[in-house]
Ligand binder design. Structure first.
Ligand code: NDP
Length: 478
């Protein structure tokens, strides 16, 4: 991208004049890509008012009509897939192959949620009285505020707006200040459709300004947030005065348990994929390994070779990369500091362990740390980078106990050929998701939700869809 675009907030189907004061840069080379607005208080008000104004008529339409708009947008996303993938790579830093997957998955997700239009159901309940019917209706909540992180910024738009819109809500989206370009480009595609004004709005800005204005606002009926635990906690506090409903998808510290009977080749491949994808900046991907002592040396050696073979760099300058840069300097500093602390506590660097010399971008070497212990910060706090700490355990019992001893509870994985070990782990691991003998990557028909501090509520599938509704029970006595 050579031209520096100045984006404008998207309110009631119009791009409104805004002060484009936030710079967006390519994390692979620090090049300036665009300027986006820091939404004023009036603009956030206007976006919420537009969403409120549109909501009743939108909800009154048949669901299948609402779904039609999602399908139109999905089709436009597909028509623009290659351009969008390049934009995502430029502002977020993921490799082009993964950006293409994100764009196509987003289009599929819009279509998938549209398919629910004819499947939205209430219930008819048995009454204790003669001549009475009890109906449980499902209704939209009203206006949704969707607050997005930067790691899968394009997909997260759909993950929030598609279930919101098909169930009859309207939405105001705030993208991360790191990755707002793709969201404004999504809005451009929306603007090409005849979606009624106010149903979908975008305001950009920082969390401290636009984010807080949205989350404190009494006119918002649901805050659907994906991001870190700290921010989730601040949003809960902001929502408290209005008792605003919350859907929080927060961080993870996913354990991968590798048992002695595992197919090690498969385990190494899957754990590498889970750690390298998006440069380790994924909430649900393997963040710590517990390996049984009998196979520990072999596993660590193979893991180190596999991570060391990872090709990384600037995804728009080099072909066939597995991994791009971290999102910004702060992320790079945090990863480097966590590795330094771990080695200071006795962890051994088997491969990597340093900032990579790759020009102006935020690159860290793919790293494997052995000799880790459960009291080390690297085994307890989210790294969000291409670093894999490994701890040796004696058996499945110890692995499960250590895995559960975490403030996070999003995803987990187990590698074993034993059905009974897999079943025991599924029963005893206290997590929202467990993957057996495969990398951590959820399906849109599943339910992505975390235990403990990993969140409240969840996304995807039928259960995620109904998070955007409330129940209304009607008793009819005739
Ligand atoms: P952050 O929590 O820093 O930010 C997420 C969003 O919240 C951004 O748009 C940010 O704005 C905004 N924000 C920040 N402060 C506030 C506030 N006080 N009020 C309202 N909004 C605010 O997360 P990251 O963007 O750094 O994303 C990484 C985190 O997200 C990781 O912890 C990861 O695990 C988690 N995540 C979880 C997923 C899940 O499904 N569970 C999926 C993806 C990521 P801005 O940055 O523009 O200032």
């Amino acid at each position: 991208m050579t031209e520096i675009i100045h984006y404008q907030n998207f309110i009631a189907n119009a791009f409104v004049p805004s002060d484009p004061s936030i710079e967006v840069r390519n994390p692979a080379n620090n090049q300036l890509l665009a300027r986006v607005p820091e939404a004023s208080g009036e603009q956030v008000e206007a976006a919420i008012a537009a969403a409120r104004h549109a909501q009743k008529n939108w909800a009154a339409r048949p669901a299948i009509e609402r779904a039609g708009y999602l399908r139109k947008i999905a089709s436009k996303v597909r028509d623009n897939a290659e351009r969008l993938a390049h934009l995502i790579t430029a502002e977020q830093g993921k490799v082009l192959g993964l950006a293409r997957v994100e764009v196509n998955f987003t289009a599929d997700y819009l279509d998938y949620m549209a398919e629910w239009a004819r499947r939205l159901e209430g219930e008819v309940l048995t009454s204790d009285r003669v001549g009475e019917n009890i109906f449980l209706l499902r209704k939209p909540l009203g206006v949704v505020a969707g607050i997005l992180p930067w790691n899968f910024p394009f997909f997260l738009i759909a993950r929030k707006m598609a279930p919101a819109l098909v169930t009859g809500n309207t939405i105001v989206i705030k993208p991360s200040e790191e990755t707002p370009i793709n969201c404004f480009e999504f809005a451009r595609l929306v603007a090409e459709t005849d979606l009624p004004p106010g149903v979908f709005n975008v305001v950009s800005g920082t969390g401290a300004t636009a984010g807080q204005r949205l989350t404190r606002h009494a006119g918002v009926d649901l805050i659907s947030f994906t991001g870190s635990v700290d921010t989730g906690s601040r949003i809960m506090a902001a929502a408290a005065p209005n008792i605003t409903k919350l859907n929080l998808e927060l961080g993870g510290k996913a354990p991968a348990i590798v048992l002695a009977d595992a197919d090690l080749e498969l385990a190494v491949k899957a754990v590498t994929a889970s750690r390298v994808i998006n440069t380790g900046q994924v909430c649900n991907c393997a963040e710590r390994v517990y390996v049984e002592r009998k196979v520990a040396d072999q596993f660590i050696e193979q893991m180190a070779a596999s991570m060391a073979a990872t090709r990384y760099g600037d995804p728009l300058a080099e072909d066939d990369l597995d991994m791009g840069p971290l999102i910004n300097q702060a992320a790079l500093d945090k990863v480097a500091q966590m590795v330094r602390t771990a080695t200071g506590q006795g962890a051994e660097v088997v491969t990597g362990g340093a900032v990579a010399d790759k020009g102006a971008g935020f690159h860290y070497q793919p790293t494997v740390l052995a000799g880790c212990g459960s009291d080390m910060a690297i085994m307890r706090q989210e790294i969000f980078g291409p670093v894999l700490p490994i701890q040796i355990v004696e058996d499945l019992d110890e692995a499960i106990a250590l895995a559960n001893d975490s403030e996070y509870g999003l995803t987990s994985s187990v590698y074993t050929r034993s059905l009974s070990a897999a079943m025991r782990a599924s029963n005893e691991l206290d997590f929202g998701e467990t993957y057996i003998n495969r990398e951590n990557f959820e399906a849109m028909q599943g339910f992505h939700a975390g235990a403990r501090k990993s969140g409240i509520g969840g996304a995807d599938g039928k259960h995620g869809l109904y998070e955007y509704t409330h129940t209304h029970v009607v008793y009819i006595q005739i």
